[in-house]
Design a protein around this ligand. Structure first.
Ligand code: 1HN
Length: 361
C-alpha cells in the first residue's frame, strides 16, 4: 500500500482524538489514561514539607499582633497559623492539621463560639487565661493541655495585667477537605468570669482510675484539662520503672504518654492524637515513618531532628511539621520534653494506618 493512503488516516485519527478530548472537557469528563501518576502513587506523596517555626520568631510577631490587631467579634481569635510552605496560600501546618500561636493581652476576652472542628490548647509558658468550655472555667498554665472537643462552646478570658500566648491545635484542614465544617456564635454576654483553681471537669474526672458511676462513655474526653504535674510525674515514673526493668518505654531512654479519654481509654480527642515524649540527653530515637502527619513542639531542652532529607537544630518552644510517610528521628542534646499531636486516630478509624521502622509504637 502506498503512503499517500495511510497518512491521511493518521491525521484523521489525531484530529478525532483532539475532538474527543475537547468534548470530554466540555462534558466535564477526564479520562484516567491522561492523568499524571499522582492519582494512585505507589506511596503517599505529601505536598506539605518538613518545616520548622522558631519560638524566638513566633512570640515577638504574636506580641506585635497584640499591639495592632484587636480581638473580638469578626476575627474572634488572635491566632496566627503556622503555614506549611509546601501548601502555599492556606493556613495549614500539614495536610490535616492546623497549629497556631494565640495571643491574648491583659484583660482581653476571645468571645464564645463553637465549631465542628476539634481543638486543644497547649501552654509552653505563662498563665492568667481561663478557657471556658461549655460553661466550665478551666485554668491554663505552663505545660497544661486543655481540650475543646468539637461543637463545645468556648471562650478565653485573660483576667490578669499580663499577656499570655499558647499553641492551638485543630483539625481544620481535615474538616475542610471533608466538607464537614459547621460554626455558631455563642451568646454575646460573657459566660462566667470565674477563675477556679480546678474546673468542674477535673473535679468529676481528674481522679486516677476513678469515674462517677452513673456517667456514660463519651466519644471525646470529659476531662478537659491535663495538668503538667501529672504528665511530668508519669514520664519520670515511666523512666524510673524502666531502670528497674519494668516498663513500657518507647525505647531505652525514651518515655512517652498519650492523653486519653477516661471513659474509653482511647485518644482524648476523636481526630487528634496527643502525646508528650521525654528523650534523655544523648539518646536518638529510632527512625520511623508513618501514614498521617504530626506537629511537635519542644517543651524543654534542645536537640537535633531529621525529617526526610532535612535536619534541624531545635530548642524550647520551636515547632515542626512531619508530613505523612516522612522518616523522622530526634536526638536529644540534653534531656528533652516534646509535645506531639497527629491525625493518627483518623487513619486508624479508616484502616489506613501504616508504620515503617520505629521502636514498637
Ligand atoms: C478557634 O476557635 C480557636 O477557640 C483558635 O481558640 C483558632 C482557628 C480557626 C477557627 C477557630 C480558639 C481557631 C479557631
Amino acid at each position: 500500500m502506498s503512503s499517500d493512503v495511510s497518512e491521511p488516516r493518521l491525521d484523521d485519527e489525531v484530529a478525532g482524538l483532539k475532538e474527543l478530548y475537547r468534548d470530554f472537557a466540555a462534558a466535564d469528563l477526564m479520562p484516567l489514561w491522561t492523568q499524571r501518576d499522582d492519582l494512585m502513587p505507589v506511596a503517599p506523596r505529601p505536598t506539605a514539607v518538613p518545616a520548622v517555626w522558631r519560638w524566638s520568631q513566633l512570640y515577638p510577631l504574636a506580641q506585635r499582633a497584640g499591639e495592632l490587631v484587636p480581638v473580638g467579634r469578626g476575627g474572634e481569635r488572635r491566632a496566627i497559623a503556622l503555614a506549611n510552605p509546601g501548601i502555599p496560600g492556606r493556613p495549614y501546618t500539614t495536610a490535616t492539621l492546623w497549629a497556631a500561636i494565640q495571643y491574648l493581652g491583659p484583660h482581653e476576652v476571645a468571645p464564645s463560639h463553637r465549631h465542628t472542628q476539634t481543638a486543644f490548647r497547649f501552654v509552653l509558658d505563662g498563665q492568667g487565661v481561663w478557657t471556658n468550655v461549655d460553661g466550665d472555667a478551666v485554668r491554663m498554665s505552663r505545660g497544661d493541655l486543655l481540650l475543646t472537643p468539637g461543637w463545645s462552646f468556648h471562650e478565653h478570658h485573660n483576667t490578669t495585667d499580663s499577656p499570655m500566648a499558647w499553641i492551638d491545635g485543630l483539625d481544620i484542614p481535615l474538616i475542610d477537605q471533608l466538607d464537614a465544617g459547621f460554626y455558631e456564635f455563642g451568646p454575646t454576654e460573657l459566660s462566667s468570669c470565674a477563675t477556679p483553681e480546678r474546673s468542674r471537669s477535673e473535679r468529676l474526672w481528674g481522679h486516677p482510675g476513678l469515674r462517677p458511676v452513673l456517667a456514660p462513655d463519651r466519644p471525646s474526653s470529659p476531662l478537659v484539662a491535663y495538668r503538667w504535674e501529672h504528665t511530668d510525674a508519669a514520664l519520670r515514673d515511666q523512666l524510673d520503672c524502666a531502670d528497674e526493668g519494668l516498663a513500657f518505654t518507647v525505647e531505652p531512654g525514651h518515655a512517652a504518654v498519650r492523653f486519653t479519654n477516661p471513659t474509653t481509654g482511647r485518644d482524648a480527642l476523636r481526630t487528634i492524637r496527643i502525646e508528650m515524649h521525654r528523650v534523655c540527653g544523648g539518646v536518638s530515637t529510632e527512625p520511623v515513618r508513618a501514614v498521617g502527619s504530626a506537629v511537635w513542639q519542644i517543651f524543654a531542652g534542645r536537640g537535633r531532628l531529621q525529617v526526610g532529607e532535612t535536619s534541624f537544630e531545635v530548642g524550647t518552644g520551636d515547632l515542626f511539621a512531619v508530613p505523612s510517610w516522612t522518616r523522622f528521628a530526634l536526638t536529644a542534646a540534653d534531656d528533652l520534653d516534646a509535645f506531639r499531636f497527629s491525625d493518627e486516630p483518623v487513619y486508624e478509624a479508616l484502616g489506613l494506618d501504616r508504620v515503617d521502622g520505629g521502636a514498637g509504637r
